[in-house]
Design a protein around this ligand. Structure first.
Ligand SMILES: [Zn+2]
Length: 145
């Protein structure tokens, strides 16, 4: 099994389906060539998990499955506006302040992964979310950091 990339997305329903594909495209990940993991506030999984055992689960998926079994070398970690995972951690609910906290967390997560795995490439993205339509997914815009 060979997979080039791993998308670490938020479990937020607004970032699933076509929006998840849009985020993967922004990272340059090819369809059928990336693994997907979802968590509430993705960088928190690596740095300040909601429950301590979550970190063990993440590290197992990251190292044993994606790196060792699937030979993944490219990683994309997602942060996004109005994230429930960060709200649970007490992140400010003012958009610019929330974004600053999430972007800082993304950089922290990247540094952590790169430290133990210098051979991998880690990209970060912040996703802004448009108004919720009556049906379906909202528009998103993906900023590669
Ligand atoms: Zn979220």
């Amino acid at each position: 099994m060979h997979c080039n990339s791993l998308l670490i997305n938020c479990m937020d329903c607004r970032l699933q389906g076509e929006n998840s594909i849009k985020i993967a495209n922004a990272f340059g990940f090819e369809p059928g060539d990336y693994d997907c993991l979802n968590y509430a506030g993705p960088p928190l999984w690596m740095t300040e998990p909601h429950e301590p055992e979550h970190k063990d689960t993440f590290m197992w998926l990251f190292e044993k499955v994606s790196i060792n079994a699937h030979h993944v070398t490219k990683f994309g970690i997602v942060g996004h506006a109005e994230c429930g995972g960060f709200a649970l951690k007490g992140a400010p609910q003012v958009p610019a302040e929330e974004k600053a906290v999430i972007v800082e967390s993304l950089h922290k997560a990247k540094a952590k992964l790169a430290k133990t795995n210098p051979q991998i490439q880690v990209k970060l993205a912040f996703v802004a979310i448009g108004p919720q339509p009556p049906k379906g997914l909202p528009e998103i815009s993906v900023e590669i950091l």
